[in-house]
Design a protein around this ligand. Structure first.
Ligand SMILES: *[C@@H]1O[C@H](CO)[C@@H](O)[C@H](O)[C@H]1NC(C)=O
Ligand SMILES: *[C@@H]1O[C@H](CO)[C@@H](O)[C@H](O)[C@H]1NC(C)=O
Ligand SMILES: *[C@@H]1O[C@H](CO)[C@@H](O)[C@H](O)[C@H]1NC(C)=O
Ligand SMILES: *[C@@H]1O[C@H](CO)[C@@H](O)[C@H](O)[C@H]1NC(C)=O
Ligand SMILES: *[C@@H]1O[C@H](CO)[C@@H](O)[C@H](O)[C@H]1NC(C)=O
Ligand SMILES: *[C@@H]1O[C@H](CO)[C@@H](O)[C@H](O)[C@H]1NC(C)=O
Length: 681
């Protein structure tokens, strides 16, 4: 009984909380955005933009350039004057509008490839810095990353890293300059996948303000001859539709409040087999009449196009010219279409745009984005979209004084009621638990223990994730039966293969060759401890080499603590985690327990002390406090070992009762006293 009532209470509590979330979400600005592209073939008139109809305008495009003389990947622009005019014009007409500079990432050839290649850290760094610099220089409020087509899971991972670093850089720039933080957005495909590659949802959720979902181009006359729903909102016969794509984003864990729905302000033109059969799905023979082949005759042909696409304003112009006032709206797909003779155009007119905007509002998306503003005809689509928002919001935008005020009051009431309600429920819950405890102490204890243990063991998993054991079968599967195609290289112990785990993580697999004279020992130990504790191998490490190793480790630590964008605390620095290459150059490895801090994070606390005894500092051992100093302590221990060649897990000294640090201290004190006494003498 009591459990039931607790469950019911919790249920109501969560309903109240979700109400709170909803009311907060409603307060977030609804984004009415549009791309505005300037290029040689399309240089639209800035004066035609009615910026009062938008909250955000996205300028396209800045380019990614690789400067081979400086070895830097940077963001560049080629239309300096236009950008300046653009920003001053749209902001003069609408002072509250935000402008975003979009970076064209379409170029997969050189610079983009370098940016996405894993090792090119400095490339990423210059790219990020120059992007922020250019955005500020021209007075933009944000940055957008457009047309990204990662072509491997490695590139997807690198995209995630890029976004991580970008966000941190943007945050810290805002902090140090005290300017409003720049937006960071991205244009994404209609689903969170490119073929079978998944976009890095977690990184995108964490780092992006929102994503422009390009929900169009499902069909085109080059690839299908039948007239088709090119940007259908719904299509029960196929996955090629907006509703499917948006739901895929949400199902994959991307928050709906970060989805901005793309609206195409253009259509596609087909040539029909017969002017009489002009329904959606009618037989055609490819793209509509082409401007180039028709030349002067184009005057006599409606809906001419170079590649099958047609801007909304051209569609409208020709509809008027050819008196084609008979266009149809199909509510099954949510699209418009019109035909003149054998030219057939599928596009989004006012009806389709309105339905899509109200759909976005209904499923709690963040807003819409037009592709593109300059394709509009007398602002009819922009106006229809903006008007739809006002209709749905119950005139909030129109009746500023009345409705908005009421809404705010209501929100405040909810904000007060919810904590009070929660407190009351908590008290009831405690009371109910107390009653229960009194009645059936034994049962309750048992019930209590199960979930608690579960939570604890989960934490343990997370904190002590240092060693993951894989089965041979798993490795076999990951490397595609150790396929030659996956071979990365060979070492003394045998070949190394590239592989992919079930969760998409890329790995390298070393396979011990049957013919190798080396054994398990070499396979496991190519680290510093392999040399320094061994009488014979230790000889390979003369003082010069030891100093080189110490310097190398210091370089590594400097990178982790100072030069990387994030402060990284390794937490398990020890001899066996220092790998040595054939030149005895050291590399810090095994970041299984590492923790990442923002630059201003000083120290943190953990309940579960991870690390290796003998290497961890006393305050971490006792209280679980760790910071960059913990690694410095471990480094100190390591330094002792490299110099002395002694293990810190053994006991030392004449009585064999001292650990390495104590022993070193004794030696230092004795030496010091000896020195002093000899002075006295
Ligand atoms: C811009 O849009 C607003 C809002 O719909 C309208 O009142 C205004 O007349 C438009 N201006 C131009 C130049 O089209
Ligand atoms: C590359 O960088 C150098 C040094 O900043 C500069 O002088 C040069 O013009 C740049 N080259 C290109 C192609 O941008
Ligand atoms: C939309 O077009 C399809 C294909 O021509 C048709 O089956 C459907 O009935 C149409 N829907 C409406 C509401 O006209
Ligand atoms: C479309 O029809 C034309 C003419 O019949 C034909 O040459 C072409 O191959 C067809 N294209 C497709 C994609 O089926
Ligand atoms: C279409 O326009 C023509 C010419 O302007 C007009 O005669 C005709 O009545 C219109 N038809 C419809 C259905 O509005
Ligand atoms: C619409 O009007 C145009 C121009 O008058 C004509 O060519 C076309 O066949 C008409 N379409 C329909 C579906 O009636």
């Amino acid at each position: 009984m009591a459990f039931k009532s607790i469950a019911i209470l919790l249920f109501f509590h969560s309903i109240l909380l979700s109400q709170l979330h909803k009311s907060i979400a409603a307060d977030q600005t609804w984004i009415k955005a549009g791309y505005w592209q300037n290029d040689i073939t399309n240089s639209p008139n800035i004066q035609s933009i009615n910026s009062t109809l938008y909250t955000h305008l996205i300028y396209g495009f800045a380019d990614i350039t690789f400067n081979s003389s400086t070895d830097q990947i940077i963001v560049t622009i080629s239309d300096d004057e236009t950008i300046k005019n653009f920003n001053s014009f749209v902001k003069r007409k609408n002072p509250s509008i935000k402008t975003i500079l979009s970076i064209d990432a379409k170029d997969q050839s050189s610079s983009m490839y370098l940016l996405m290649s894993s090792t090119y850290f400095s490339g990423r760094k210059y790219f990020i810095e120059s992007s922020i610099k250019i955005a500020r220089l021209y007075g933009f409020d944000g940055l957008d990353f457009c047309w990204i087509w990662p072509s491997s899971s490695q590139q997807m991972l690198n995209l995630a890293t890029l976004l991580d670093d970008w966000r941190v850089a943007i945050d810290s720039e805002s902090k140090s300059t005290k300017k409003t933080r720049l937006f960071l957005t991205m244009a994404g495909q209609y689903t969170p996948w490119i073929q079978d590659l998944a976009f890095p949802i977690e990184s995108m959720t964490k780092n992006l303000d929102w994503v422009h979902v390009m929900a169009f181009d499902y069909y085109d006359p080059e690839s299908t001859n039948n007239t088709s729903p090119v940007a259908a909102l719904y299509d029960s016969t196929s996955d090629l539709n907006t509703d499917y794509g948006i739901n895929a984003w949400i199902k994959s864990g991307f928050p709906s409040q970060k989805i901005v729905l793309g609206l195409p302000f253009y259509g596609y033109v087909w040539t029909l087999v017969s002017s009489k059969d002009n329904k959606i799905g009618a037989a055609g023979t490819g793209p509509g009449p082409k401007e180039y082949s028709y030349n002067t005759e184009a005057e006599n042909e409606p809906f001419t196009s170079t590649d099958g696409t047609l801007k909304f304003n051209i569609i409208k112009r020709d509809m008027i010219k050819y008196r084609a006032n008979n266009s149809s709206y199909n509510s099954t797909y949510v699209m418009n279409y019109v035909s003149v003779g054998t030219s057939w155009v599928g596009f989004d007119d006012v009806e389709a745009v309105k339905t899509k905007v109200s759909y976005a509002k209904e499923i709690n998306l963040r807003g819409y984005v037009a592709w593109q503003v300059s394709y509009d005809w007398n602002s009819v689509l922009s106006q229809a979209a903006a008007g739809e928002v006002e209709d749905i919001q119950g005139g909030v935008n129109i009746d500023q004084s009345g409705t908005l005020h009421k809404k705010k009051k209501l929100n405040r009431l909810i904000l007060i009621l919810i904590p009070v309600g929660s407190l009351l429920m908590l008290l009831l819950l405690v009371f109910a638990l107390w009653c229960l405890r009194r009645r059936k102490v034994k049962v309750l204890k048992f019930q209590e223990r199960i979930p608690r243990n579960k939570i604890e063991s989960k934490n343990e998993d997370e904190e002590t994730r240092t060693l993951h054991i894989f089965t041979y079968d798993e490795m076999n599967e990951a490397t595609n039966n150790f396929s030659i195609d996956n071979e990365l290289g060979r070492g003394g112990y045998g070949p190394v293969y590239k592989g992919m785990l079930k969760n998409g993580k890329e790995i390298a697999v070393k396979r011990l060759s049957e013919t190798s004279s080396q054994g398990l020992e070499e396979f496991e130990n190519e680290s510093l401890d392999h040399y320094i504790y061994n009488q014979v191998r230790g000889l390979l490490l003369n003082w010069e080499k030891r100093v080189q190793i110490i310097e190398g480790i210091i370089q590594g630590m400097l990178y982790l603590q100072e030069y990387s964008r994030l402060t990284i605390i390794h937490r398990d620095l020890k001899a066996s985690n220092i790998l040595l290459d054939i030149h005895m150059k050291p590399k810090i490895s095994d970041f299984g327990m590492a923790r990442i801090f923002k630059k201003d994070g000083v120290e943190a606390k953990t309940k579960r002390v991870a690390g290796t005894p003998g290497y961890i500092p006393p305050e971490y051992m006792k209280e679980g406090i760790y910071s960059t100093k913990s690694d410095v302590f471990s480094f100190g221990v390591l330094l002792h070992q490299i110099i002395s060649g002694k293990k810190n897990t053994c006991l030392h000294g004449p009585d064999e009762n001292l650990n390495l640090l104590e022993y070193a201290f004794e030696m230092w004190r004795d030496g010091f006293q000896d020195g002093e006494s000899s002075h006295e003498v």
